[in-house]
Design a protein around this ligand. Sequence first.
Ligand code: TYD
Ligand code: MG
Length: 460
Amino acid sequence: MARLKPTFICQACGAASSRWSGKCEACGAWNSIVEEAAAAPLPGGAGSGVAARALGRGRVVALEGLSGASDEAPRLVSGLAELDRVTGGGFVHGSVLLLGGEPGIGKSTLLLQASAALARAGHRVVYVSGEEAAAQVRLRAQRLGLSEAPVALAAETNVEDILSTLKAGEPPRLVIIDSIQTLWTGQVESAPGTVTQVRAAAQAMIRHAKTTGACVILVGHVTKDGQIAGPRVVEHMVDAVLSFEGDSGRDFRILRAQKNRFGPTDEIGVFAMTGDGLEQVTNPSALFLGDRDPDAPGAAVLAGLEGSRPILVEIQALVVPSTLGTPRRAVVGWDGARLAMVLAVLEARCGVRLGGHDVHLAVAGGLRIQEPAADLAVAAALVSSLLNAPLPVDAVFFGEISLTGAVRPVSHPGPRLREAARLGFRRAVLPPPAAEAAQEAGVRPVAAPTLDALVARLAA
Ligand code: TYD
Ligand code: MG
């Protein structure tokens, strides 16, 4: 074999270069480039005849002739409704899913619970732990009251060993790899955890899924800035990427799909970490509004929507005179650029000057909001804090604010308003076209055609 030339690989994005440099040209990450031996071509890789035959390559089939796969139940339904919603109705056979999250957030716990549920339903499940010994996983299962579930445990980190374990005995329907960063294959020379190893290991597991029809779930640890450490490259290779979020100081955990070839990407699953493992939260609004202080200024309830599910959540703002040359803008759970836009519209269209104030904004409960429908609730919270006047305790807010200061309609006002009514809210500040939906839901509409109209009302 020709001697392998060393290559420099960015551990954040996987870009290869022939020289070391302090900054990755491809993704801009600093100090992420590491020297690795160039990957040897994998035997049985994409081009080889063995894999090609196994994958059914080298021949064409008619699309309508592919009915076989969908005739049998195409998905493995875990029975954990919060998880199944995010995957789009269960794990798809032959698919590979990456579950990312910070260490300690509960990835292993979630997957052990899902494994136990599927094993109890009669599916063969193999849980490969590269981080904990089988005895430790069993201990955890005992604590979760799942020790009698027929999950097969393996504590292995070598890809070839794992594949031969999987091939021995009845073929598994679900394989959990906890975690992808601990795997290594003898086919490449780099150390475990490097991009080259992680990519080769992921490729081997993907090939296993596609050839056997098993569903494979890879656990990936995430660094502080939210990247799945090393294997960002893996994100492009797998069928779905789920992230498990929440701060470890709190009990809520949010499962979110970042990519899903077989389902929606806007659904969330909500869990609470308890002494007995993860519990599903079927009524997240009640949870997020749990510890509200009705007399506090600067708090507005957003009637939000996450995927198909309405979720009410409190937006909190604190506006204080600044002592800094450049006032502070701190945002938790929302988009900083979006906040800057709302502040600019408040200043330009409504005469609300916040240029000399520090602004802090937070979404209560550790939720991360992405929809522009939150604009109106954010603006209301900001104005309420500035005026030091609490907002009506029985009101919810939603609406997108345009640069002209107009309040624009948002999607699905009906479910938002019905959820608000169900939780005892009596008023909704909303874009005028949504007023009818409010009446139908039994909530009094307070139409805000422009942001200026809302500010005038709050200041009155
Ligand atoms: P874990 O699933 O090991 O996290 P990850 O695999 O993402 O690193 O979860 C570890 C944390 O969860 C740990 O801090 C303890 C906590 N925990 C509970 O609070 N209750 C439980 O029943 C279990 C199993 C864990
Ligand atoms: Mg773990």
